[in-house]
Design a protein around this ligand. Structure first.
Ligand SMILES: NC(=O)c1ccc[n+]([C@@H]2O[C@H](COP(=O)([O-])OP(=O)(O)OC[C@H]3O[C@@H](n4cnc5c(N)ncnc54)[C@H](OP(=O)(O)O)[C@@H]3O)[C@@H](O)[C@H]2O)c1
Length: 265
């Protein structure tokens, strides 16, 4: 891994500059995505369409597209010089990222019940994004991020870590509720009940947004903030679309249920 990084960058200053640029580029991509999603829904799941390429088996798609977000950080930590890996704040932040993507790539895909095939373009974009983001977050945290030794006791780190854990738990619990709406072999849709779905239509998305907002607060960097902003843009659009879709499909859909933020929106 070091040989590849040395071939790509002439100095550490240059790589850090590129990591900063990649973060600002991700923020710009989030703005463009926001504008695009005012006119189209993210094309997978219930909004999948053959306009976006041939269908890829849903379990295969989730496994392969998310795997780089686990394998790229793992390769960096195992096979590149990691100047900051012995620092506790860096270790804990990397652990958060690993925990999420270990579950998302190695467990989540194989639990899916009756999911729609993913159009190839959506699959390819997700795959490239996971390489991009896996490198951005893991390389910054393992080799460059500077935190004071008492950063783990700072209110931002403590609050952010608690948010990360709460969000992760809500996300996993909500995905579990959705999965169990279908018996093996079923592919249709039902009204989700229980957990945070009692309050919002996008309970799994709310969990993931809280998770990465917490990661950004604890990480206190433009790199982690860029990922949180991108997540907010994609998942809030999906939550709005799902909410409208449920209201149109189910006459008995709970009227008090909000889109994404309990009691507010
Ligand atoms: N960080 C990010 O930027 C990002 C981006 C995208 C997704 N994610 C995460 O990835 C996970 C999956 O996202 P997603 O967009 O696929 O979520 P989703 O649209 O809620 O679907 C999740 C799964 O549940 C099924 N499902 C959803 N609603 C259902 C209902 N009412 N009745 C029966 N089955 C239902 C879906 O089947 P169908 O396929 O048949 O619809 C799919 O298999 C979430 O945890 C999300 O937070 C993160």
């Amino acid at each position: 891994m070091d040989a590849i990084l040395n071939a790509l960058f002439s100095s550490e200053e240059e790589e850090l500059y590129v990591l900063d640029c990649l973060s600002y580029l991700m923020m710009s991509m989030a703005s463009v995505t926001f504008l695009t999603l005012l006119f189209v829904n993210v094309p997978y799941g219930r909004y999948a369409s053959s306009k976006y390429g041939f269908p890829v088996n849903v379990k295969f798609a989730w496994f392969v597209q998310e795997l780089p977000a686990f394998l790229v950080p793992l390769s960096l930590v195992l096979w590149s010089s990691c100047a900051k890996i012995t620092h506790l704040p860096n270790q804990l932040l990397l652990l958060m990222f690993f925990c999420h993507y270990m579950q998302r790539s190695l467990i989540y895909p194989f639990l899916i019940r009756g999911g729609k095939s993913t159009p190839f373009i959506s699959f390819a974009l997700a795959f490239v994004f996971c390489i991009y983001n896996g490198y951005l977050q893991a390389r910054y945290l393992s080799h460059y991020a500077e935190y004071s030794s008492d950063w783990v006791t700072h209110p931002c780190f403590i609050t952010g870590s608690c948010m990360w854990f709460l969000g992760w738990t809500i996300n996993i619990h909500s995905d579990h509720i959705l999965r169990n709406l279908r018996k093996p072999g079923e592919t249709g849709y039902k009204i989700p009940r229980g957990g945070m779905f009692e309050y919002v239509s996008g309970a799994n998305f709310l969990g993931e947004i809280v998770e990465w907002a917490g990661f950004a607060l604890a990480g206190h960097s433009v790199h982690s903030a860029a990922f949180a902003v991108f997540t907010v843009v994609v998942l809030s659009s999906r939550a709005v679309a799902h909410h409208k879709w449920y209201l149109a499909k189910f006459e008995d859909y709970p009227k008090s249920r909000k889109v994404l933020i309990p009691f507010v929106f």
